[in-house]
Design a protein around this ligand. Structure first.
Ligand code: ADP
Length: 667
């Protein structure tokens, strides 16, 4: 018995020893190292058979495996970044410009010559510090006492302040407090006599970065200042700098994020927030919880093996939901807020981890759907849908070459013609972005690869022309929704913007015997229901103008329906479309299907501006619309669109609804 126990003990001691070595070689920050050591200490007295022992080992292992001090060196070269973005991404000039500007600010902040203030009433100490810091190529300003220092702080923003602790009149603590209250990001280092280390620790509690005890070694001054500067720079460069890429699926958001990481020379990882059900997925579970795990943020940091990766948080507009456990917003705010994220606390880890060096990029389909306080932290960059031309170019220049490589077709690369790609876009996809297009091209690649494998004689250069597309993908999946329909009474084409980009809707109006009720169906949101009521009131109050009999409203119900009931629709922009559908119904004049209308309608008949102009125009074109009616007050938006977006459709801008009645309704 005792022999077994002994050999068990020995094994346990060996294991713990092995973990000690692991901790030693892991270069943990001193606080973390202490925690890991304490944990191992406790485990010495535990039986290895207990669950606590295993949990403890896993925990120590986890602590040792995190990249506490590991960072990849940033490549801060704007020209190189521009080249990478241009080579890998077609078009998107506005998006690229915003990203380059964003990086430029980062580079400027990082490359600025640091400003240092040295305050010491002892001339020798002051001169020594000034000498070595000037040699480091910093701008050094000195002050002989606290009073002079506070004067200097009024006119200059310093990155780091080194202050003697004991001074006459205004002491180091006052300098610290003054500095921190005015410039919270400025790092303050206390210089103290060896005997006064206690007060220095007091100063750290009040927000000082660190202290240096006299007599100091010059090397110590140099490294402490360097660390303080790094901290200052990482908070400043992170500030207000969470980029949010918003736009329909498949418009290049993720791939651009990856390119930004490459341009900066950083690791890249993605976390999908959509569908997260529990705050612990972000922040981890406490270790007391059986099967506890760290959150996704820490997991990605560990996988990246660096504390400064680019992390993309996908679908920030889909987080939460009713059955979400905990408070996702506050967890995310903590992750993204530079004021808080240098001490991010994962529940499992239970020691703060500094996330301030991580570059977060958030993505969403609709930026407005992101919760308020979160959204305020972000710089939103809008991605919009592509025109057919853009899609053809993206496919030929980027998607096809990538898919050929992935499908092992590089030796005998099939040649996709522009006509074939156009056919795929128009007949096999209906989308703002390029996701389905990519999927369809991948299907063709798979079929060609299968042919090659089945039949060696089939291996040859294939030219993918429109006829081949049909052979590989089967009969067409989409028809032009508008061009192929007949003009009807009470049915008018409208335009909406959804998460997937722009889309067309058909507003249908019908009248039947009843009690003057307005029936609204088709998953309409509150704003859209109100626009329908306003549209009806506008027509009733202008019945004589339109030559509509007052009594058509007597003893009748009016029903407005927007098909596609499974998709919720909302917003004010269907007001004009609904009104025209009602006039069409009441005047029995068929409406032209290939005219699409978008605009908010006032009770007096004026048309107010609407959002999502580009997405709406692209959607109208995809559906085969020929004329688009938009509010006059959107003319600036229309003017700002590039020519290829407005190509091949006629855009009519109106200020009042009366202007288009005869254009849309047939006699
Ligand atoms: P999102 O994240 O917006 O859904 P992705 O970045 O996943 O979009 O893009 C989908 C596909 O389309 C990827 O293969 C991407 O390379 C390609 N793509 C989209 N836009 C462009 C573009 N402007 N240039 C090159 N490729 C693009």
């Amino acid at each position: 018995m005792s022999i077994f126990k002994k050999s068990e003990d020995k094994q346990q001691a060996a294991t713990i020893d092995e973990f000690r070595k692991k901790i030693d070689s892991a270069q943990l920050p001193s606080g973390v190292k202490q925690i890991a050591e304490r944990e191992l200490e406790m485990m010495c007295n535990m039986s290895p058979a207990t669950a606590e022992y295993t949990i403890g080992l896993t925990y120590v292992d986890y602590l040792a495996s995190l990249p506490w001090n590991k960072k990849t060196a940033d490549t801060l070269d704007l020209t190189r970044a521009e080249t990478i973005l241009n080579e890998r991404h077609y078009g998107l000039s506005e998006v690229k410009r915003r990203i380059i500007e964003h990086l430029a600010v980062k580079i400027l902040v990082m490359n600025k010559k640091p400003q240092i203030l040295v305050i010491d009433d002892e001339a020798i100490a002051r001169d020594n510090i000034e000498h070595i810091l000037t040699k480091e190529n910093y701008n050094v300003v000195t002050a002989v006492n606290g009073v002079e220092a506070i004067e200097k702080l009024k006119t200059t923003v310093f990155d780091v302040v080194l202050t003697d602790l004991r001074m006459e009149k205004v002491d180091g603590i006052s300098v610290l407090e003054k500095t921190k209250s005015k410039y919270p990001d400025t790092q303050v280092i206390m210089i103290t006599a060896y005997a006064a280390v206690d007060s220095a620790i007091e100063a750290i509690k009040k927000g000082a970065f660190h202290y240096i005890a006299k007599p100091f070694r010059l090397e110590e001054v140099r490294t402490t200042v360097k660390q303080a500067l790094e901290k200052k720079l990482s908070t400043v460069s992170a500030k207000g700098s969470v980029l949010c890429f918003a736009g329909p699926p498949g418009t290049g958001k993720t791939s651009l994020g990856r390119s930004i990481a490459d341009a900066l020379g950083r690791k890249f990882s993605r976390i999908s927030l959509g569908g997260m059900k529990d705050e612990a997925e972000i922040r981890g579970h406490r270790r007391t919880y059986a099967g506890a795990m760290p959150g996704r943020i820490m997991e990605e940091i560990r996988r990246a093996e660096s504390s400064n990766p680019v992390i993309m948080l996908d679908e920030a507009d889909k987080i939460g939901g009713q059955d979400f456990k905990g408070d996702p917003e506050s967890a995310l705010l903590e992750v993204l807020d530079p004021e808080q994220n240098h001490t991010f606390l994962d529940h499992y880890l239970d020691v703060p981890f500094d996330l301030s060096n991580v570059m977060f990029i958030v993505t969403a389909n609709v930026a407005d759907n992101i919760q308020g306080p979160l959204r305020d932290r972000m710089e939103v960059i809008e991605f919009s849908g592509y025109t057919e031309d853009e899609k053809v170019n993206i496919a030929l220049l980027h998607i096809v070459p990538k898919l050929l490589r992935e499908h092992g077709l590089s030796d005998y690369p099939p040649e996709f013609t522009a006509e074939a790609v156009s056919k795929i876009i128009n007949e096999y996809t209906r989308e703002a972005g390029t996701r389905n297009l990519e999927r369809q091209i991948a299907t063709i690649c798979r079929k060609i690869a299968t042919e090659f494998v089945h039949n060696k004689d089939a291996v040859r250069l294939i030219k993918v022309v429109p006829e081949l597309v049909e052979r590989y993908l089967g009969p067409r999946k989409y028809y032009l929704e508008v061009a192929d329909e007949n003009d009807r009474v009470g049915v008018v084409t409208g335009l909406v913007v959804t998460e997937a980009g722009g889309d067309i809707i058909f507003v249908e109006a019908a009248r039947m015997k009843g009690k003057r009720e307005l029936i609204l169906t088709g998953s309409l949101g509150n704003v859209m229901r109100e626009s329908a009521q306003a549209a009806l009131s506008y027509i009733r109050s202008h019945a004589s103008y339109f030559d509509i009999h007052e009594d058509v409203f007597e003893d009748h119900d009016i029903h407005i329906h927007v098909p596609g009931g499974a998709i919720p629709k909302d917003g004010p922009s269907a007001g004009t479309t609904i009104a025209i559908a009602l006039i069409s119904l009441l005047k029995r004049r068929p409406a032209r299907r290939n005219i699409a209308i978008s605009g908010e309608l006032t009770l007096s008949g004026r048309i107010l501006p609407v959002g999502g102009i580009k997405e709406k125009i692209l959607a109208a074109r995809r559906a085969g619309v020929k004329i688009i009616v938009l509010p006059l007050r959107n003319s600036v938006d229309v003017e700002n669109l590039s020519r290829d977006v407005k190509d091949s459709v006629e855009i009519v801008l109106i200020d009042r609804i009366e202007e288009i009645v005869d254009k849309v309704l047939l006699k």
